[in-house]
Design a protein around this ligand. Structure first.
Ligand code: IPM
Ligand code: MN
Length: 361
């Protein structure tokens, strides 16, 4: 029997629909080649819909999304919408309601892709950040009083419980084990916990003890390392080759993964997954809605194609996912740059090229 995956599409705003279209093109090519089916259903959650109706992501939509195999997101955002509304109303709502507790961010520099790091190449930049995705400061605990007065007080608390920490660490250790088995070059490197336990003595201590205990009891064969987050920033730039799997809490992960995106070649190529290992995951290019490039056929769809690759890997279509990666690598060899408007190809041409390479592969 042919396997069918049901994919919810949220093209969103700006260049989101353009890059998603190319991702779908590549997914279709992979499905045809590797003998599975994809059934797409489009949803219009976006800034545009919010501006029209006042609605972000209603509860009924969350229940609807729960029925899918996966979610493929373009980008959400509009200069006319106040910061915070769409983030909490759509993106964070989906993450929390669907319990996508892992934010998976590969930081991999492909050949012929430019990095701002001098003297660093693909052999130096090939790691994965596991960002905890449902806890910490993002839970919204806290509040504000005396707002608008000189005595205004605001708090926003870093909230973690052991279960939330443990399930994230479990995912990270398992991924590390898989990578070590795949290639001995990964096995030489440690799994790194990133936090700030010299100052955040409660949350940092919780993460550190959980990391050490799980590592010693269940993964004694894996090397463990720990970095304070400020230092990790320095090492990402100076010695990215030290990292293989890095695991961290939510806000620190948010910050260091943007640094990661830059060293892997920028927003044209950086993709991420919001993963519920037992449920519905959501994959997206990191680039945002890029209003100034909208409708010009100049934006790089490679990040969306990378998100599609991650989606197939998570769905268990490993071979198809690897074929997409190989096609991406071959296409990147042809491209002049990964920056919008400087690729030497249009958005559509890049999508065509990768899809053809998958089909021929
Ligand atoms: C990300 C984004 C989101 C985050 C925003 C848009 C809510 O920056 O996915 O990294 O902070 O997690
Ligand atoms: Mn971010």
């Amino acid at each position: 029997m042919v396997k069918t995956y049901y994919i919810a599409l949220i093209p969103g705003d700006g260049t989101g629909p353009e890059v998603l279209r190319e991702g779908i093109k590549v997914l279709d090519a992979a499905a045809a080649k590797f003998g599975f089916k994809l059934a797409f259903t489009e949803f219009d959650f976006s800034a545009a819909r919010y501006l029209r109706t006042g609605e972000t992501l209603p509860d009924s939509a969350v229940d609807e999304l729960r029925k899918f195999s996966s979610i493929f997101l373009g980008a959400i955002g509009h200069p006319d919408v106040k910061p915070g509304i769409l983030e909490t109303g759509i993106l964070l709502k989906a993450r929390f309601a669907l319990d996508q507790y892992i934010n998976l961010r590969p930081v991999k520099l492909y050949p012929n892709v430019e990095t701002p790091l001098r003297d660093k190449g693909p052999e130096h930049i090939d790691f994965v950040v596991i960002r905890e995705n449902t806890g910490g400061i993002y839970t919204g605990h806290g509040g504000a009083t005396r707002v608008g007065t000189a005595d205004e007080i605001a708090t926003q608390l870093m909230v973690y419980d052991r279960r939330t920490v443990d399930r994230c660490l479990k995912y990270a250790f398992e991924l590390k084990k898989k990578r070590n088995a795949k290639d001995p070059k990964y096995a030489e490197k440690p799994i790194t916990l990133i936090h700030k336990r010299n100052v955040l003595t409660h949350c940092g201590d919780l993460w550190y003890r959980a990391f050490e205990e799980m590592g010693a009891a269940q993964y004694p064969e894996l090397k463990r390392d720990y970095n304070h987050v400020d230092a990790a920033n320095m090492w990402f730039v100076k010695n990215p080759e030290w990292f293989d799997v890095a695991v961290t809490e939510n806000l620190f992960g948010d910050i260091i993964t943007d640094l990661g995106a830059m060293i892997q070649g920028g927003l044209g190529v950086a993709a991420g997954g919001n993963i519920n290992p037992d449920g519905v995951s959501m994959f997206e290019p990191m680039g945002g809605s890029a209003p100034k490039y909208t409708g010009k056929n100049v934006i790089n769809p490679m990040a969306a194609i990378g998100a599609a690759m991650m989606m197939l890997d998570t769905l268990g279509e490993t071979e198809a996912s690897q074929a997409i990666e190989a096609a991406m690598v071959a296409a990147m060899q042809q491209m002049k740059s990964q920056a919008a408007g400087q690729m030497g190809y249009s958005t559509i041409e890049v999508g065509d090229m990768v899809a053809d390479l998958v089909a021929k592969g």
